[in-house]
Design a protein around this ligand. Structure first.
Ligand code: SF4
Ligand code: MG
Length: 329
């Protein structure tokens, strides 16, 4: 215990007419006050579903939590009565999404939407909620906040709409902010601005942050630790520096090798061969084995468990040490 937030051995499946998709297969991670954990993976790796389970916004059915715990300050959110869970959600743990346009209501001014949480959950008066909405818009660096509070979502650029959504998420002073692909829909310059903003807010407000992304390029300057997900499992978990210096899982190594480097001209970018796994028929043994350049016979037969590499690093690979040593060369 002792962690602010801890996911323990979570298993989630989707039950559909075509079969059962095992989307989360024993995920565990933790978050301490004030730190940033990046959760990295391809689409379908389970990174968003884990966050949705934390927020209690899994669609159910077909999403079904088979087992596991989600501890917030030591209390299991999955076992709390709905009323107490609602207290935690939004207030203690808030979430922002990739698509600000569909998360915002097109028919209400942004200031009203930011203030709504405060009126509804804190019983704030309209005037106080309006004042606080302007403060929050200032906080997320929307220029001329007091003048723009009555504008509608479509009157803002994509980056400014993302700032509005961040302001809404911060309204109740959460201790944890979950950002699910917060910059994916934005162009590169704006992406950097939003990542800078999130890093500043995390520091200034003393929040902890879970940053969910498929883009290893955006996490380097922001995250303390990285959990890499594949087929609903965490395959590698490390502090950012060690992971960049010498990835210890072939999947992470492949992801790193497919990031363009500014300092190497004319390089051949390698991409990971093959397709993401079918979650209704996850490969035997190591789920990554059909795509892995290091694959051996044992990988097809035996599920690799976390190998502890020191400094809190783990890699779910039978050959984690060899891969790390190979990466470091
Ligand atoms: Fe590759 Fe085998 Fe390691 Fe899986 S266990 S990542 S197949 S080397
Ligand atoms: Mg997602």
């Amino acid at each position: 215990g002792g962690h602010l937030l801890e996911v323990r051995d979570l298993h989630v499946e989707f039950r559909t007419n075509e079969g059962v998709a095992r989307v989360i297969n024993g995920v565990s991670y933790h978050l301490d006050a004030g730190e940033t954990l990046a959760v990295l993976g391809e689409s379908g790796s389970g990174k968003s579903v884990t966050a949705q389970a934390i927020m209690g916004i899994l669609d159910s059915p077909p999403a079904h939590v088979r087992s596991g715990q989600i501890l917030y300050q030591g209390r299991d959110l999955l076992a709390l009565p709905e009323e107490q869970r609602r207290q935690v959600r939004g207030k203690e743990i808030a979430m922002i999404f990739q698509d600000a346009l569909s998360a915002l209501n097109p028919v209400f001014p942004v200031g009203w939407q930011i203030g709504e949480t405060l009126r509804q959950r804190e019983g704030m008066s309209r005037a106080d909620a309006r004042r606080r909405a302007i403060e929050l818009m200032d906080l997320v660096k929307i220029p001329a906040a007091a003048r723009r509070i009555g504008d509608y979502p479509h009157q803002f650029s994509g980056g400014m709409r993302q700032r509005v959504m961040i302001a809404m998420a911060l309204a109740l002073n959460p201790k944890v902010l979950i950002a699910d692909e917060p910059t994916t829909a934005l162009d590169v310059t704006v992406q950097a601005q939003i990542m800078d903003l999130l890093a500043d807010l995390r520091r200034d407000l003393g929040m902890a942050m879970i940053l969910i992304t498929h883009d290893l390029g955006v996490v380097a300057g922001v995250a303390d630790r990285i959990a890499v997900m594949y087929a609903g499992r965490i395959v590698e978990h490390a502090d950012v520096r060690s992971l960049y210096r010498a990835p210890a899982h072939p999947y992470t190594k492949g992801l790193l090798e497919s990031i363009p480097r500014l300092d190497v001209r004319g390089q051949e970018l390698s991409t990971i061969k093959g397709l993401p796994p079918n979650l209704m028929a996850i490969p035997s043994g190591c789920p990554f084995h059909p795509r892995c350049p290091y694959v051996q016979k044992v990988c097809v037969d035996v599920v690799p468990h976390d190998l502890v590499l020191g400094d809190g690093r783990t890699s779910a690979c039978h050959f984690a040490q060899e891969v790390r040593d190979d990466s470091a060369r």
